[in-house]
Design a binder for this molecule. Structure first.
Ligand SMILES: Nc1ncnc2c1ncn2[C@@H]1O[C@H](COP(=O)(O)OP(=O)(O)OP(=O)(O)O)[C@@H](O)[C@H]1O
Ligand SMILES: O=P(O)(O)OC[C@H]1O[C@H](OP(=O)(O)OP(=O)(O)O)[C@H](O)[C@@H]1O
Length: 325
């Protein structure tokens, strides 16, 4: 089938085609009942049950497609959105300096719809653990390896401006040399390509193994749902956003059910106040006891169970929530 000719009228939704965010993004789509079958080697998949076409793209390119309005919705890392914004800013500055017309602020760009709660990492300035660089300003005028060229340029431009202000000097050109690398950035210092790097850190294992330490954070990132400033199919954008929000809320919560004596109900429901209010039902044949059902934050459930037991709750059950609105 010629997929490109079947895109008319469909909302284009960009999803990372590989890498760290792929599986969690696919899980979200499944939870939101966005049904599709991706043919081998095809980067476009038509959604069977909604007027959507999924476009599988490298995470780093998604903000460009969304920012330019070619695709209306996307899942990517906040770091890639920040890099795209830095690219746009650099272009505007260049155009302004060369006297060419500058695009208006509202001409394009990405709008963050929601944090998706996975893919946490930090874009950090890293230097050799045993070297002489201690603080970010020690790297001014040195070689910096990174895949986030424009964020690194912005970062060092600010550092250099601060140093200039302190010294009463003024330099127009960036003294620090930003070297673009497309992967394995952590190897750059050991191999003599760079004095420091700007790269992503999650567990810190890669940084440690490469004998590096972080001395500053440029951006803290998680995966985000982004939309273009003027998306097509607004109703479908809102529907997808509401469904994804439901899936995320469900992932963050679990359902806690227990029985408790009516006299202890107030103390128990103080521990499990629920989303709006706990559901309380009389227990058949026992007027003194009630059954309580309440949504609880997943990360708090162990403490909640301890506290419920302390106030006399019994038969505590914890159940998964598949979805919620
Ligand atoms: N170690 C990590 N832990 C958590 N999230 C990460 C990590 N590394 C990257 N990310 C997030 O995932 C996004 C995609 O990175 P990833 O390296 O998986 O992409 P990729 O498309 O495979 O790129 P590349 O081919 O350059 O490695 C990043 O922009 C960032 O938001
Ligand atoms: O702190 P950690 O948990 O060790 O993760 C950080 C590493 O993950 C990313 O690289 P990735 O594995 O995607 O490979 P790449 O170097 O080819 O981009 C990033 O660029 C770091 O190298």
């Amino acid at each position: 089938m010629d997929l490109v000719n079947h895109l008319e009228g469909r909302l284009l939704f960009a999803v990372p085609k590989k890498g760290r965010l792929l599986q969690a993004a696919l899980n979200l789509l499944e939870g939101a009942d966005i049904q599709f079958r991706r043919e081998n080697r095809l980067d476009i998949a038509l959604v069977k049950n909604l007027p959507i076409a999924l476009v599988f793209l490298p995470a780093a390119d998604i903000p460009t497609f969304v920012g330019e309005g070619r695709v209306s919705l996307g899942i990517t890392g906040r770091d890639t959105v920040a890099e795209h914004e830095a690219v746009v800013m650099a272009l505007r500055k260049e155009q302004a300096e060369s006297g060419k017309s500058t695009p208006q602020e509202d001409e394009g760009g990405c709008v963050e719809v929601m944090d998706l709660g996975f893919g946490s990492c930090k874009l950090q300035v890293q230097v050799p653990e045993k070297g002489s660089y201690v603080k970010p300003s020690d790297l001014i005028g040195k070689n910096i390896g990174t895949s986030f060229v424009h964020l690194a340029e912005e970062y060092f431009a600010t550092l250099e401006a601060e140093a200039d202000a302190a010294n009463g000097t003024k330099s127009k050109k960036l003294k620090t040399k930003i070297i673009e690398l497309s992967g394995s950035v952590e190897a750059a210092c050991a191999l003599g390509v760079a004095d420091g790097i700007v790269d992503l850190v999650e567990s810190g294992e890669t940084m440690k193994a490469a004998g590096l330490k972080a001395i500053d954070t440029v951006v803290s990132s998680t995966a985000v749902l982004i939309k273009s400033k003027n998306p097509t199919n607004i109703d479908t954008v809102e529907l997808v956003a509401a469904r994804i929000k439901g899936v995320i809320a469900a992932q963050k919560h679990i359902l806690c059910q227990y029985n408790v004596e009516r006299s202890k109900l107030a103390a128990a429901t103080k521990i499990t106040p629920g989303k709006r209010a706990p559901t309380v039902n009389a227990l058949e044949g026992d007027g003194e006891w009630v059954a309580v059902s309440s949504m609880v934050e997943r990360k708090k459930i162990a403490t909640v169970m301890d506290e419920l037991t302390e106030v006399g709750a019994q038969d505590i059950l914890v159940l998964e929530i598949a979805n919620t609105r």
